[in-house]
Design a protein around this ligand. Structure first.
Ligand code: TXA
Ligand code: MG
Length: 341
């Protein structure tokens, strides 16, 4: 049943996409690439299909799913209204890594998709395979990230296989995803829109289009109940405890030396610029500090890679919290359980 089509691209026609679309119409679940991370798609109209997503991922049932569309024209039928700020965001960022929360239209998807909420998150992904698949299936597609719940989101088909082999009908392999972290989730139902999850589109970019927005305060402190149900769960944590540490590589190396003297096996999440400075049990570079999008792109692959070594602790460099850096630091803080050294 596995569909493995290495590096599907715009130039090819899509033989496997037709098969994947057929699976979706038969209420099976299929993983597919988007520009952010791989998604695990199902027919959003079918409770049976949507239940298979929760089952395969081991996802808590109170965590709602994003509905993916292949074309803007699909939107009006799915939501009660599209206000002016939402219109502007759509114009500026769709297709792209921005999920917008609307009041949902009644009776158009399974209640399981929205976990009983009266709002729904909608996204038009900027990926030729995702768009072709959704259009061909001709359905709204509910799709969370295609990882086991709690694991880093998958940025390659291999990550999906590692987590979900035998649990889903198939996977369309479009190569590594581009952005590397998930979409930004923004609630546009309030007068002042609220960012519920930082992601591929930055707060600065959003504010340049619609003016001031808020950011769910819980995301910054790590305390309390976030407005987005999914943000309350532990996520992305590697097997060994991860710690964040500010300061120069030389300062971090001093700590690594101390821990190794205590007999601990230590991993370091470094960058292309700093990797040569460290001496530790494992040093993995995660993109270039001069080009933060490359850090976002590598982050989940690097977090997964640490599990291949038997480590007692991992220390990570930290990144500036602007632009995509906000999303990078949000994911690193979650992976570290907000532990700092
Ligand atoms: O980039 C992405 O968004 C990827 C790709 C596959 O599109 N999808 C993704 O989905 O990250 P998921 O399910 O892993 O994360 C969706 C997040 C969760 O934190 C969920 O709680 C939140 O969006 N969410 C979904 N619907 C919501 C709603 N109606 N109100 C508030 N939060 C919502
Ligand atoms: Mg997820």
């Amino acid at each position: 049943k596995w569909i493995v089509d290495k590096h599907v691209n715009e130039q090819k026609d899509y033989p496997h996409i037709s098969q994947a679309a057929e699976f979706l119409n038969n209420n099976e679940v299929v993983a597919f690439p988007t520009e952010t991370v791989y998604g695990l798609g199902a027919n959003a109209r079918s409770t049976e299909a949507v239940a298979k997503i929760f089952e395969a991922k081991g996802r808590p049932s109170d965590n709602p799913l994003i509905v993916h569309i292949g074309d803007r024209a699909q939107l009006p039928a799915l939501v009660k209204q599209i206000n002016e700020k939402a219109e502007k965001l759509i114009e500026a960022f769709w297709p792209g890594p921005l999920t917008i929360i609307f009041e949902k239209q009644d009776g158009v998807f399974s209640d399981k998709v929205t976990a009983g909420l009266d709002t729904v998150g909608i996204r038009l992904p900027d990926h030729p395979v995702a768009m072709a698949l959704i259009k061909e299936a001709d359905l709204p597609i509910a799709a969370p990230s295609a990882n086991r719940s709690g694991r880093p989101s998958p940025t390659t088909a291999k990550h999906v296989l590692d987590d979900l082999e035998g649990k889903i009908a198939g996977i369309v392999d479009g190569g590594a995803t581009g952005v590397g972290v998930e979409s930004t989730v923004i609630d546009c139902t309030a007068e002042t829109p609220v960012i519920l999850r930082p992601g591929g589109v930055s707060k600065e970019e959003i504010e340049s289009i619609i003016g001031p927005v808020e950011i769910d305060a819980v995301l910054l402190s790590g305390e309390g109940a976030p407005k987005s149900p999914g943000m309350k769960y532990t996520h992305y944590a590697p097997d060994a405890p991860l710690y964040l540490m500010e300061g120069s590589p030389e300062k971090i190396q001093t700590l690594v030396d101390d821990k190794q003297k205590e007999g601990l096996k230590v991993g370091v999440l470094a960058t292309e610029e700093s990797k040569g400075i460290y001496s530790a049990n494992v040093v993995i570079p995660c993109g270039s500090r001069k080009d933060l999008p490359t850090v976002a792109q590598s982050l989940y692959d690097v977090l997964r890679a640490f599990n291949e070594a038997d480590l007692d602790m991992i220390v990570s460099e930290v990144f500036p919290r602007d632009g995509i850096g906000t999303a990078i630091m949000n994911r690193l803080e979650k992976a570290a359980g907000h532990r700092w050294l």
